[in-house]
Design a protein around this ligand. Structure first.
Ligand code: NAG
Ligand code: NAG
Ligand code: NAG
Ligand code: NAG
Length: 382
């Protein structure tokens, strides 16, 4: 299972010998000089201001000359964000399933989708074997796919493959990435309204100052990706169409993660591409356009290498009600012995709302319990 391997990898260190790092002092000097030129040009009165005073007084440390590639990416991103989304007659949500093979909760998803035909589309990326389907909604929904190695860029490549397949249908307005161990927490109608009318993408992005957060930043990522811009977040996103297009348009930042973010990339660094690329990228290019929390619930309270897997015995109506009504998000950092927790309220278009639409990780033996409780727990939150 893709997820079972997650966070348990302790592979041998891999060394990188290439250094693309540009002389930072040169870039900084050029930036400072051009700022001084601009300033003296604009206000002749201040001609005598020394460069020292200027730079230390108000010049932000990260001001530098951008490369042609960076200028190009930023121009494309700005243009996409400024263009109002093209709303079709029949807006749909694309559900993107990233799975090794057969989906253990297909029967539950079938229950979720039935009766809402025409408002969703399903795409399945099996990375190991061809799934067997029991629901007609899932028949022949496999896309061209490839192997996925935990922590490596192949995980991000699979996400991009799913996004691009779903972008081909202009009706798809919001895109949801799900794993084989994910379950739905609300009715289809609730989920549809929550996502279609949201003014942001739900991408978790936070600063983890510990070794499994900012500690995974590599100097090779400079100057394009500054250490203070580096973010962490769960892989399981939902994304507006504009953001999906932007992900397709980026090759610059993507290539930094492809080259310099992987398990054992340096002696003590286990950089996990899918936990950092999108959280960092969106923090840099559209920080106000993402929620910073994920709509997919997960339980890290055991503080193990992988999150808690919920079996049939862990599930009760009370537990499900707790998860579906939770309105405070939790983010676990790697600071200190046991990590630290960050919390903030889940704001949906400015209103505090339940955080979670989906939940992971669930053991396949929980299927029958969940099928029985589905009508009860999905009716709780309004
Ligand atoms: C998300 O976090 C970034 C900083 O990391 C912040 O600039 C941005 O305003 C936050 N987004 C929202 C919607 O609060
Ligand atoms: C549900 O939440 C309440 C209040 O936080 C807590 O006391 C209870 O133990 C939770 N129940 C389950 C099954 O998680
Ligand atoms: C989303 O809506 C809230 C509430 O109206 C607003 O404060 C926020 O700026 C909006 N965000 C975007 C990206 O439009
Ligand atoms: C779920 O709802 C049904 C119908 O309202 C009810 O008969 C059943 O007892 C409920 N189950 C639980 C565990 O509360």
């Amino acid at each position: 299972m893709v997820e079972a391997q997650k966070n348990s990898y302790q592979g041998p260190p891999r060394h990188h010998h290439t250094s693309l790092k540009k002389p930072l002092w040169l870039v900084l000097t050029v930036s400072v000089l051009s700022m001084i030129l601009i300033c003296t040009h604009m206000s002749p009165k201040h001609i005598k201001t020394s460069s020292k005073t200027l730079s230390s007084a108000w010049l932000p440390v990260h001001v530098r000359k951008l490369s042609d590639e960076e200028i190009a990416v930023r121009a494309v991103v700005r243009d996409i964000l400024k263009t109002p989304p093209f709303i079709t007659q029949n807006p749909k949500i694309a559900f993107l399933f990233l799975t090794p093979g057969t989906l253990p909760f297909e029967k539950l998803w079938d229950k979720f989708f039935t009766g809402h035909e025409g408002k969703f589309s399903i795409y399945v990326h099996p990375s190991k074997e061809r799934p067997l389907h029991i629901s007609s909604h899932f028949n022949d929904r496999e896309i061209h796919s490839d192997e996925v190695t935990w922590g490596r860029i192949s995980m991000v490549d699979a996400e991009k493959r799913l996004l691009v397949s779903a972008l081909e249908d202009p009706d798809n307005q919001h895109f949801v990435l799900l794993s084989e161990s994910c379950i739905p927490l609300h009715t289809f109608d609730y989920t549809y309204r929550y996502l279609i009318h949201s003014n942001v993408s739900f991408i978790e992005s936070f600063v983890d100052p510990g070794p499994h957060g900012t500690g995974r930043h590599m100097t090779y990522m400079l100057p394009e990706i500054a250490r203070e811009d580096f973010r962490k977040g769960a892989q399981w996103f939902t994304m507006k169409r504009q953001h999906a297009v932007i992900v397709m348009a980026d090759s610059l930042y993507y290539s930094k993660f492809r080259e310099y973010c992987g398990p054992g990339i340096e002696d003590d660094k286990n950089c996990i591409a899918d936990e950092h690329y999108l959280p960092t990228f969106f923090n840099m290019i559209d920080p106000m356009g993402i929620s910073n929390w994920s709509v997919t619930y997960v339980d890290w309270s055991e503080r193990r290498w992988h999150p808690k897997t919920h079996t049939a015995n862990d599930i009760s109506l009370e537990f499900m009600d707790n998860v579906t009504t939770e309105a405070m998000s939790t983010h676990v950092t790697s600071v200190g012995e046991d990590g630290d927790e960050l919390h903030w309220p889940c704001k949906w278009n400015g209103i505090t709302r339940p955080c979670y639409l989906f939940a992971r990780k669930f053991h396949p033996d929980a299927l029958d319990t969940l099928l029985n409780l589905f009508p009860n727990y999905t009716s709780t939150a309004v």
